[in-house]
Write a protein that binds this ligand. Structure first.
Ligand code: CTP
Length: 480
């Protein structure tokens, strides 16, 4: 038998084999051997393996969505040219750069002269890991890259913040600085995130300019309504928050197939916190990672995702509707508000009980008392059961079952009791060390049986589940 040197395989092939191996419960060697079959005897088994893996990957399912650390960000590997104009919101653009880089987006930055009054090219360059371009007549920049190339190399040009002045210049085709010259030379999509005083936004001149740009096919996000940086000023003019701009960038650059487009989802994730008094609460060890990974994978497949999340330490996923809650009752209310939807995925580790008489003031110790402190608990609403029996019941209702023993027996009982179509059961007994970890060993139960999955990373569990959801809506038949 020929030998394979893993080192000789390219990164993409290695990653593909790693994922297949995890999916199929094999070691990498076993997976490679199985894939190769007779090809192992070829002169160059590495090359044979590379072509098999790359050919064998399915085309239009979520499986071929590039996996991120945590996010399947649709604009991964694409190039965004970010033009920062002069405005107090320029500081938010630094966060925007950071969020895009976290998602493996290449970011080139151009700052107008006025932007330099608010942030420095040094900070923008440190975050984007590249030179920041500032001046049209910098000979070296012109020689090195030039405004035409900067414009053409980008998949998307984002202007954030876009000032009233810049909007006026673009709508009239001025090109008197690097930023406006790039915008005039660009044939690509342009996204503007305006930020200005509400009076400027409402001024008929700005209204006309925005109208003209919309007609030209320029995209806008915001501005939002709220408090202005200037004291006692409020109205429409705030720049949209960086994470929402990230979501829009993902949406605009997403050229993948959208098998779940047109379907809406409500998804719960994370733990709930049940107050004992204003400073103490009852919680559990749920990290929210599995729920967030499923929210990402559903959004990547084109579903409209409403994520109702308990308190977690995770970044809010881009491009979804997000509802932050603390207690089970708040989660219940937020889920109700999202109905009707096509799909419900209840991943949250909802506290079964809350404190019946939670105190408005911090509970003090009683001097001299060493006896047990009574805490009266009362049952929380069961959100999955509520959804499973609702008159607006989603077409597909999916729950999880965290069990420490008799996994299948308990999960089967939950499937029936809660009116779910599928239950993803996982063993969270302490020896598995799983709750809060990065992987899960799932048993998927439905009326037609039990499907046992190997131990998979949580983002792989998410993609596999989303594949099943796609298949379900393709055929409208439950097949597991
Ligand atoms: N769930 C819910 N609302 C609750 C309790 C649970 O929506 N108040 C959902 C969870 O999100 C999960 C499923 O029900 O999808 C099962 O949760 P689990 O905690 O395993 O089951 P419980 O109903 O709490 O049963 P037990 O604690 O007795 O195992």
């Amino acid at each position: 038998m020929a030998t394979i040197t893993v080192r000789n395989l390219d990164e993409q092939t290695k990653q593909a084999i790693r994922e297949r191996a995890a999916r199929n419960g094999h070691s990498m060697e076993e997976e490679a051997r199985l894939l190769l079959g007779a090809g192992a005897l070829a002169d160059n088994p590495e090359r044979v393996l590379t072509s098999i893996v790359n050919m064998a990957e399915p085309e239009a399912t979520v499986e071929n969505y590039a996996p991120g650390s945590q996010h399947y960000f649709p604009a991964r590997g694409k190039t965004v040219l970010l033009i920062i104009c002069g405005g107090i919101a320029a500081y938010k653009s630094l966060d925007l750069i950071r969020r895009l880089k976290e998602r493996d987006v290449e970011v080139n930055v151009v700052m107008t002269r006025a932007a330099g009054e608010f942030i420095t090219p040094l900070s923008a360059g440190a975050l984007s890991h590249s030179k920041v371009f500032t001046d049209l007549f910098d000979r070296q920049d012109e020689h090195d890259i030039g405004h035409i190339r900067l414009a053409r190399e980008a998949d998307l040009i984002v202007v954030a913040p876009a000032t009233a002045n810049m909007i006026a210049k673009i709508s009239h085709g001025f090109a008197d600085d690097l930023a406006s010259a790039i915008l005039l030379a660009s044939k690509n999509q342009i996204l503007l995130a305006p930020a200005m005083n509400p009076a400027m936004w409402n001024n008929p001149a700005t209204r006309r300019n925005v109208e003209a740009l919309l007609k030209d096919g320029v995209q806008f996000i915001g501005p939002e309504t709220g408090e202005m940086a200037e004291r006692s000023e409020a109205g429409r003019g705030r720049m949209t928050e960086p994470m929402d701009i990230v979501g829009e960038i993902g949406r605009l650059l997403d050229d993948r197939p959208k098998p779940l487009a047109g379907l809406s989802v409500v998804l719960t994730a994370g733990p709930t916190h049940e107050p004992i008094d204003p400073v103490r609460y009852i919680a559990n060890r749920s990290s929210g990672k599995q729920g967030y990974a499923i929210a990402d994978a559903l959004a990547a497949a084109g579903a409209e995702v409403n994520l109702v999340s308990g308190p977690v330490e995770l970044a809010r996923p881009a491009g979804i509707n997000f509802f932050q809650v603390e207690s089970a009752r708040q989660m219940h209310q937020a889920v109700k508000n999202c109905l009707p939807v096509d799909i419900a995925v209840m991943v949250a580790a909802v506290a079964d009980w809350r404190v019946a008489n939670s105190a408005d003031e911090k509970i003090k110790k009683k001097p001299g008392s060493t006896g047990p402190v009574p805490l009266k608990l009362t049952e929380n609403p069961d959100i999955l059961k509520f959804i499973g029996h609702h008159e607006q019941r989603p077409k597909l209702v999916i729950g999880f079952a965290a069990e420490t023993r008799d996994v299948i027996k308990n999960a089967k009982a939950k499937l029936k009791r809660k009116g779910a179509d599928w239950i993803l059961a996982n063993d969270v007994s302490p020896e598995t060390g799983i709750m809060g970890g990065d992987s899960n060993t799932i048993k998927l139960l439905s009326s037609s049986g039990v499907d046992e999955w190997p131990n998979l990373a949580k983002d792989q569990v998410a993609r596999r589940l989303v594949d099943k959801i796609i298949a379900y809506f393709d055929s409208e038949i439950i097949s597991v």
